[in-house]
Ligand binder design. Structure first.
Ligand SMILES: Cc1cc2nc3c(=O)[nH]c(=O)nc-3n(C[C@H](O)[C@H](O)[C@H](O)COP(=O)(O)O)c2cc1C
Length: 264
């Protein structure tokens, strides 16, 4: 066969394709475990950031992550009743594809259509075994995208400890600033709920008064800010973690005092 024949050219191209496909397939299969471990590590680092145990951008080893989780309890919460399901396995709950409930349009403040029936919450205790921070997963619609994050409350379950958005598709420099630690720091110490447990923390246009439950808006990104307000209101409200927060406070009256805030 001549070196420059058409069939030889196609034959070589096909051979290269097969070899490349095999290399990619082998790499993909053999790296799957590493990818999953990295994904789990990334998730745990975001939870620790929300709990205030890892600074934004800080690199932490998997050993350090494990150590920082030593005082944390992963609990399964039934959103409708607010009860902690002690018998449920958090991993099984997170993997369960049937763990979804449709939201009525009027209840769907965060524009997410469905919520889990049961969800995993992270409770971090202080050295005396008292609740220091509760990390709650949150999800809601921004201007362009679904925003996923964690809202952490102090031990009083009323004051914002931290907020972290780890996944969204808002515009970098505009709505994308929701994941900028300089902006999320503005949430810290804000009172999230009033005395009746109603969500009051909100993003406003402009600069917020220091003692208020308002958070400075991001200029040029009012619509994403509105999405964040709706997301936080939904998850702190009756269809989200509202029943859990009320029940936990009622069941643990000693946690529900001003020292919950001081324990931060
Ligand atoms: C290309 C482009 C991307 C934008 N991305 C965002 C965004 O991610 N979040 C947002 O709230 N507004 C975004 N906006 C601006 C909104 O359309 C709207 O003007 C803005 O939210 C109003 O905020 P302001 O009242 O603070 O100006 C974008 C606008 C353009 C042209």
């Amino acid at each position: 066969m001549a070196n420059e024949s058409v069939s030889r050219t196609f034959g070589v191209a096909a051979g290269v394709c097969v070899v490349c496909a095999v290399i990619v397939a082998v790499a993909s299969v053999s790296l799957k475990g590493v990818q999953e471990r990295n994904k789990a590590l990334d998730k745990n680092v975001n939870i620790l950031r929300a709990a205030g145990l890892v600074r934004p951008g800080e690199k932490v080893s998997s050993g350090k992550v494990e150590e920082l989780f030593a005082n944390a309890k992963r609990v399964v919460v039934d959103l409708a009743t607010g009860e902690i399901d002690e018998d449920a396995d958090p991993d099984a709950v997170e993997a369960d594809k049937n763990n979804v409930v449709a939201l009525a349009k009027e209840d769907d403040v965060a524009s997410i259509k469905t919520i889990p029936q049961k969800t995993v919450v992270y409770l971090f205790n202080d050295e005396n075994g008292r609740l220091k921070t509760a990390v709650l997963p949150i999800v809601g619609s921004g201007l362009w995208s679904i925003m996923r994050g964690y809202l952490a409350l102090d031990g009083d379950l009323t004051t914002v400890a931290h907020i972290v958005f780890y996944d969204h598709g808002e515009t970098p420099g505009l709505g994308g600033e929701i994941s900028n630690p300089l902006w999320t720091a503005k949430w810290e110490g804000k009172r999230a709920l009033d005395d009746d447990g109603k969500p009051i923390v909100k993003v406003i246009k402009g600069t917020a008064a220091p003692e208020s439950s308002d958070v400075d808006g991001i200029s040029g990104a009012t619509l994403t800010g509105d999405g964040v307000t709706k997301t936080v209101s939904f998850w702190l409200g009756d269809k989200g973690f509202g029943p859990f927060l009320k029940k936990y406070k009622a069941d643990n009256p000693s946690e529900n005092d001003e020292t919950g805030k001081e324990r931060r």
